[in-house]
Design a protein around this ligand. Structure first.
Ligand SMILES: NC(=O)c1ccc[n+]([C@@H]2O[C@H](COP(=O)([O-])OP(=O)(O)OC[C@H]3O[C@@H](n4cnc5c(N)ncnc54)[C@H](OP(=O)(O)O)[C@@H]3O)[C@@H](O)[C@H]2O)c1
Length: 282
């Protein structure tokens, strides 16, 4: 790889950021298309995000991904917001256009594309989503944007669920429920797609989110966790003959769409997927 005075700089802003898979994925994408650019991690403490945004302009950094905990704050610091980013008040991609910062949220279309890749359409479907954190906002909004018949939000902390329900309710039919097996049992009888956006299933000793014997046969079950590739939820769903999708596709496509926003070129998705698979699963 040859750097020059013309080499463009991209990166990811987060705290922490050491675990990020974006540097290897985006670097390989730039290299595979012969684009003269580098992609580096920027660990930015929460209290310094404003200076970091100014730094992007001052240093003419061409674009960044933005991850936890900066997605909401950066949305207040950019000069332009895409429709999705504005609705969510969260930005995961910034493009520097001659010193103007443009904010996007590619988690939304990234999630939808990961389902389309597997032939899953959301329009008219009855969806039950577990979780009400940052990821749930983007995923729930995506589901409504794609025309779901309704969205049930189930969260352990009911008031947090209500907050997300209030926001997403502006976009479609949304009901919020507490995380109780009795409630889940009733909801799942009228569900076509289950989505887990909680972190339950990342650790091997996590207790199940709900009684997985309640999963209806043959529906679609999505878990946005990508490591492990098959969470206990997906394992149980597979045994019930369900179509199962993990979070690798969402991770991949949010990055691919970021690449396309920055470069105007079609992202080398196969190359990027291979990097993620190697980094995650060896
Ligand atoms: N595939 C991708 O591209 C992608 C992108 C973003 C995130 N993710 C994954 O999505 C997950 C959530 O991320 P996030 O940023 O949304 O996190 P977050 O904002 O911290 O939200 C965590 C969610 O998990 C729930 N939760 C945590 N422990 C629980 C437990 N023991 N029982 C029941 N619910 C529990 C929380 O419920 P309470 O509100 O009740 O605490 C909350 O709804 C993570 O696993 C992350 O890796 C994947």
């Amino acid at each position: 790889m040859k750097l020059s005075g013309k080499t463009e700089v991209y990166g990811v802003i987060g705290y922490p950021v050491k675990h990020s898979l974006s540097p290897p994925m985006q670097t390989k994408a730039f290299q595979s298309l012969g684009i003269d650019a580098v992609y580096v991690p920027f660990e930015v403490k929460p209290e310094r995000i404003k200076e970091a945004a100014e730094g992007l302009r001052a240093l003419n950094i061409k674009g960044v991904n933005v991850t936890v905990p900066h997605k909401e704050k950066i949305a207040e610091l950019v000069d332009y917001l895409s429709e999705d980013a504005e609705f969510l008040g969260a930005v995961n991609v910034v493009k520097n256009v001659d010193g103007e910062l443009h904010g996007y949220n590619t988690d939304v279309d990234g999630f939808l594309q990961s389902l389309l890749d597997e032939g899953v359409e959301i329009e008219g479907k009855r969806v039950t989503m577990f979780g009400a954190g940052g990821a749930a906002r983007a995923v729930g909004y995506a589901v409504l944007k794609a025309g779901a018949k309704f969205l049930n939000i189930v969260n352990r902390n009911f008031s947090r669920g209500k907050e997300v329900g209030e926001l997403l309710g502006k976009r479609g039919n949304v009901l919020v429920f507490p995380l109780k097996d009795g409630t889940v049992s009733t909801l799942l009888k009228d569900t076509d797609i289950i989505i887990n956006t909680t972190s339950v299933g990342m650790k091997p000793d996590d207790p199940p989110l709900f009684d997985y014997s309640l999963i209806p046969e043959g529906i679609t079950v999505v878990d946005i966790i990508y490591n492990p590739p098959e969470t206990p939820l997906l394992e149980a769903a597979k045994k019930k003959g369900c179509k199962t999708i993990n979070g690798l596709g969402m991770l991949l496509w949010q990055g691919a769409f970021a690449f396309e926003i920055w470069t105007g070129r079609r992202a080398p998705v196969d190359v990027m997927r291979k990097v993620l698979e190697e980094e995650l699963y060896g």
